[in-house]
Design a protein around this ligand. Structure first.
Ligand SMILES: Cc1cc2nc3c(=O)[nH]c(=O)nc-3n(C[C@H](O)[C@H](O)[C@H](O)COP(=O)(O)OP(=O)(O)OC[C@H]3O[C@@H](n4cnc5c(N)ncnc54)[C@H](O)[C@@H]3O)c2cc1C
Length: 303
């Protein structure tokens, strides 16, 4: 990376927010991954926009990180810059039935804010360990709720550094997807439109969802949640279980015994272990049932 570029970044974000050779295993829920060449803790929206513009113009590789709960970072790490939204872009404000949240705000915090204000609609998201930005890109969902049902608008920056606000319709939400999977737009913030509800009921719903997660999901191990998308007409976990793969292990990566839809890191897993396990699972399920499993987890960096 040339000196002038590093000076440009340092001026925008200050020395302490620019880290070199940062281990990505410290920033992913899988707890695996090599180093980010440069890791930037974005201090504000201005720096975010200026960096996106400059990197896009000059073809400098970069990756926008939320909470790292839906990614698998390769053992050889991420070349270029990782732009971390989760350190400082975390503001949450409430006005009537609307919550405005910055990209790096955690879903659990937004859901708790909604609960405190007796606003219903975000209960489904309280146990999803991601940020608003990551959840919007993926249209994260659970228990019959999804981001598409609560998002009123999303403010994004494009590759030219231009800020625009997209309506719910313009976001083109679908199952685990949105326009952000196709276009080079990066989430700055969102406005969520919720409904006035009963605080006790909201609390009860959140507690029920949390209990169901604890009972069904291997939350005691590092993972990235559901490893594969739900294939039409099937459940990935059931197919994997029926293929006899419950507990199947390669190195430190294992098909969870508690929920076969989760690949977990049982200790010391490499990204390569997880990739090998996912490939093997896909192959065996395809062979036995003719169903192709599509990964939900996003691969990032060099493997
Ligand atoms: C135990 C566990 C349970 C889970 N349960 C669920 C569940 O019930 N439902 C569900 O949908 N998911 C679930 N997940 C997956 C994950 O939590 C969600 O997909 C979450 O929304 C990802 O958010 P993140 O901030 O961690 O994104 P990251 O993993 O950091 O990033 C995911 C993608 O979003 C992009 N991105 C992040 N922020 C921005 C931004 N500001 N602008 C543009 N792009 C951005 C990244 O570049 C990347 O491509 C679970 C994961 C775990 C570990």
């Amino acid at each position: 990376m040339n000196k002038e570029l590093i000076e440009f970044v340092t001026q925008l974000v200050s020395n302490e927010n620019l880290l070199m050779h940062e281990p990505m295993k410290n920033h992913t829920t899988f707890r695996v991954g090599g180093e980010a060449e440069y890791f930037v803790k974005l201090p504000d929206v201005q720096a975010f926009c200026a960096l996106i513009k400059r990197f896009s113009e000059e073809g400098i590789p970069f990756f926008v990180l939320g909470n790292g709960s839906n990614i698998l970072v390769g053992d050889k790490g991420i070349p270029g810059f990782v732009l971390d939204t989760s350190a400082f872009l975390t503001d949450i404000t409430v006005e009537g039935e609307r919550i405005t949240a910055q990209a790096g705000a955690l879903l659990s915090k937004v859901a708790n804010t909604a609960k405190a204000q007796a606003l219903a609609g975000m209960e489904f998201a309280s146990g999803i360990p991601g940020t608003i930005g990551g959840a919007i890109v993926m249209n994260a969902g659970a228990y019959d709720g999804e981001m598409a049902f609560v998002v009123e608008s999303v403010t994004v920056v494009d590759a030219n550094g231009v800020i625009r606000t997209l309506s719910n319709e313009e976001m083109q939400f679908g199952y685990r997807t949105s326009i952000l999977k196709k276009e080079a737009y990066y989430v700055l913030s969102t406005v969520l439109k919720l409904q006035t509800g009963e605080r006790a009921q909201i609390e009860e719903k959140m507690a029920d969802f949390a209990a169901r997660r604890r009972e069904k999901q291997p939350l005691e191990y590092p993972s990235a949640g559901s490893t594969f998308k739900r294939p039409e007409g099937h459940f990935a976990g059931k197919l994997i279980m029926d293929a006899g793969l419950r507990g199947f292990r390669i190195g430190g990566a294992q098909v969870s015994e508690k929920h076969c839809g989760f690949v977990i890191n049982v200790g010391g897993s490499s990204a390569a272990d997880i990739v090998d396990l996912m490939d093997e699972v896909r192959e065996r399920v395809e062979k036995q049932f003719g169903v192709t499993l599509e990964p939900e987890v996003i691969r990032v960096g060099d493997f």
